[in-house]
Design a protein around this ligand. Structure first.
Ligand code: MOS
Length: 744
């Protein structure tokens, strides 16, 4: 089947945009239910120790307070499957809210107060008296470095660092130019606009409909069924919209457990919404301390590369991400040693946060490369070209495709990189120092197994559907574009349905794999629909398509046409008449190619160029220009794709200059748990951002040529900015965020 490209590859506005801006799009905490009760979580006041007593009498005495759940009276239905681990759980024992009196992280939920209104529940929560036996918390990563360990069990889907190649220490000792420095990534919290929230609708007889803030409804359903011993048929999860997540919604969070256990116990609908400060009691990008050592010859050719990282995790799970692996594949280097360790802290388990691991590791590598450029007197871009990796030397595999050279060239041209003067502090305007820096970005290109359904009606409307979530990324729109082109339907007649466990199962929306995975599934389902339609068309008496096969027809404007002679055609409606049907429907499953994953390394790449202007006296940094040139295979929608990169760059600016969750190690709590003190970029922080998509053909990652865009925009951005800060000021800052105190 030849598909048209009327919609795929063009700029299309979000189909879900009007619903979002008019407020008709419903989020997890907005669904209505009759007789709804409201739960408010009481958070632990200590970080480590145990609860010696909870006094709920004052709360229970308030008229309208229905029940207070604690570890002492929690419903016994829970945790039948003691070791249930959700789809992306790292190795270990997942946190079980209200399971016992032990406290293992700051802000751990210790009670749920359920009342007739939110205000009553909140008031009741303020009356709960908890006494603790407090122990000294251990939350300082630097103090736990020596005790760091190689995780004994690998996290599914996360590759451990590849084996060493060559003799990195030996080559480093012999190299004429060497450097070895330490780099730090601060803790960051995701801070989506929509907090974690669950509305459990009690449908009677143990049946539940759950609206949960989650990046994939099947993960919520699997969790609830396993933990509460319910059947999938009795638990439907519906979450059509997600108000941002960035990875925070990959795992079911404790408000889901609390809301479901209260609903089952009270046989009543219950809603639990976490407050903004409670969002800081959940997963986060972990603090990571890294050492990078580079050895090169005088021409800047890498001879040795060592990259070691120590990251924090909780006491109960070994959260892992790929921090150092990028250093094994981004550059040609014969001698490489990579290491990754964890340190147990009295914190909640870290969570995947947009480009987990890559933000952290690529920052360190790309600042180190800039330091090597300075040490050798070679232009930073030229240095990267000299060390360009033609294959993944870490895994010893060819790339499925790699248009990084084009990213460097097109990005540099657009940015005007050739006009940069090499000397730090050599560019200024008035009282502002100007710095230009660049970095490489890289992220994995995944495809996962996904199912989808397509249903074409005789009136010419098409529905495409699967259970994945649209996190604000454009999934509704790109799936409609794929369906529209496959079956010759105008995009205005396509409806996408997502976020419902009643729909064909798709993976969690994460890892930048949704377009490749669910997009391929939609295309397969549409192809199956077109096969049925062509079979019907051939049945028509004296059908002009009697001898046509699928490979030689196109679906355009509601007609099946011979590709070689479009005047030979059958209307889709006539084909349906011939088949005696009013709709044609198919559900198909797309699977990644095993051969590709065995033989090839699949990555998206980018080149990021940044300009900073720094007030010399005040140290205030403005990121005035960023050019991000991206190679990610086929671009389905120029508008939503650009928005993904813009959002990634904005988050990269946040990581570079602002975002940091600060622990007070005396009490083991994040102290800046609000938007007043946890700074994310606001409009005034954002200036020019230009996005370039370079041509890249990839026929291996996914059948639709897509490599994914959700994460690549953030990777490398912080390094480009840090390198620009060095160029502007002469000061090398190896810790992000680069706050004022580090510049002055
Ligand atoms: Mo992403 S951190 O896989 O939601």
């Amino acid at each position: 089947m030849a598909t048209t490209n009327l919609h795929v590859g063009t700029a299309q506005s979000r189909l879900d945009g009007p619903a979002k801006v008019t407020g008709t799009a419903k989020y997890a905490a907005e669904f209505k239910a009759a007789d709804l009760a409201y739960g408010v979580v009481v958070s632990s006041a200590i970080t480590r120790g145990r609860i010696s007593a909870i006094d709920a009498a004052a709360a229970l005495a308030v008229p309208g307070v229905i029940q207070v759940f604690t570890h002492e009276n929690r419903p016994r239905t829970a945790w039948l499957d003691y070791n249930y681990r959700d789809q992306v759980a790292p190795p270990g024992s997942p946190f079980r809210a209200l399971h016992g009196p032990e406290i293992s992280f700051g802000g751990q939920p210790v009670a749920l107060v359920v009342a007739e209104s939110f205000d009553l529940a909140r008031h009741g929560a303020s009356l709960i008296r908890v006494t603790y036996e407090e122990e000294v918390p251990n939350t300082d990563l630097a103090k736990n470095r020596e005790a760091a360990y190689v995780p004994p069990k690998k996290r599914s889907g996360i590759k451990p660092p590849p084996d060493p190649r060559g003799d990195a220490e030996g080559a480093l000792a012999a190299a004429p130019i060497t450097l070895r420095h330490e780099y730090k990534q601060a803790v960051e919290h995701h801070n989506p606009m929509e907090p974690h929230a669950t509305t459990v609708v009690w449908e009677g007889e143990g049946k539940l409909t759950i609206h949960d803030k989650i990046q994939g409804v099947n993960n919520t359903q699997g969790y609830v069924c396993s933990v509460f011993n319910l059947k999938p048929d009795d638990v439907r999860v519906i979450s059509p919209y997600v108000g941002g997540a960035f990875g925070s919604g990959l795992r079911p969070q404790y408000q889901l457990f609390l809301a479901v256990s209260a609903a089952l116990d009270l046989k009543r609908s219950v809603r639990v919404v976490l407050s903004r400060d409670q969002m800081f009691t959940l997963g986060y990008r972990p603090e990571t301390i890294q050492t990078v050592a580079l050895g090169a010859d005088e021409d800047g050719r890498l001879q040795a590369l060592l990259h070691e990282a120590v990251a924090g995790t909780s006491t109960f799970e070994d959260y892992q991400e790929s921090v150092v692996n990028w250093s094994g594949l981004l550059y040609h280097c014969p001698n490489v040693t990579l290491g990754y360790k964890l340190a147990k802290l009295d914190t909640y388990t870290p969570a995947d946060m947009r480009a987990p691991g890559a933000v952290t590791g690529v920052f360190a590598l790309e600042v180190a490369m800039d330091e090597l450029a300075c040490a050798t007197g070679i232009d930073p871009l030229e240095l990267r070209l000299r060390n360009y990796a033609e294959r993944d030397e870490g895994e010893n595999k060819d790339f499925t495709s790699k248009a990084l050279r084009a990213c460097y060239a097109e990005g540099a041209a657009r940015f005007g990189w050739a006009r940069r003067t090499a000397e730090p502090r050599s560019m200024r305007e008035g009282r502002e120092l100007i710095g230009w820096g660049m970095a490489t970005g890289v992220w994995e290109a995944f495809m996962m197994k996904s199912s989808a359904r397509a249903r074409l009606s005789i009136d010419g409307s098409l529905e495409v559907a699967c259970s994945t979530a649209d996190l604000g990324t454009g999934t509704y729109t790109i799936l409609a574009q794929i369906g529209a082109d496959a079956l010759g339907v105008p995009i205005g007649r396509v409806r996408t349905q997502l976020g419902d466990t009643a729909l064909p199962e798709a993976p969690l929306a994460g890892g930048s794999w949704t377009a490749a995975s669910s997009g391929a599934a939609v295309e397969l389902a549409c192809r199956a629909v077109s096969e049925q339609l062509l079979a019907f068309a051939r049945r028509i008496d004296e059908s002009p398509l009697a001898n046509a096969d699928l490979a030689h027809v196109t679906f355009v404007d509601g007609e099946i046409r011979l590709a070689s002679d479009p005047s030979v055609r059958v209307a889709v409606a006539d084909a349906m008449h011939a088949g005696g049907v009013e709709t044609v429907e198919a559900t198909e499953t797309a699977k990644p190619s095993l051969l590709t994953s065995l033989r090839y390394a699949a990555y998206t790449h980018s080149a990021v160029f940044a300009e900073v202007r720094i007030d010399e006296e005040l140290g205030v940094v403005r990121v005035t220009r960023v050019v991000s040139a991206v190679a990610a295979g086929k671009i389905l929608n120029l508008k939503t794709a650009r928005s993904q990169i813009l959002g990634g760059v904005v988050m990269g600016i946040g990581a570079a200059l602002e975002e940091e969750s600060m622990l007070d190690h005396n009490v083991g709590r994040f102290m800046n748990h609000n938007f007043g003190e946890y700074h994310v970029p606001v409009n005034a922080d954002i200036h020019d951002i230009e996005v370039i998509f370079v041509d890249e053909h990839d026929d291996k990652v996914s059948p639709i040529g897509v490599k994914g865009l959700g994460e690549i925009g953030i990777v490398g951005t912080a390094a480009a900015i840090a390198n620009a800060v060095h160029h502007a000021t002469g000061k090398r800052i190896r810790e992000i965020p680069i706050t004022l105190d580090k510049i002055i």
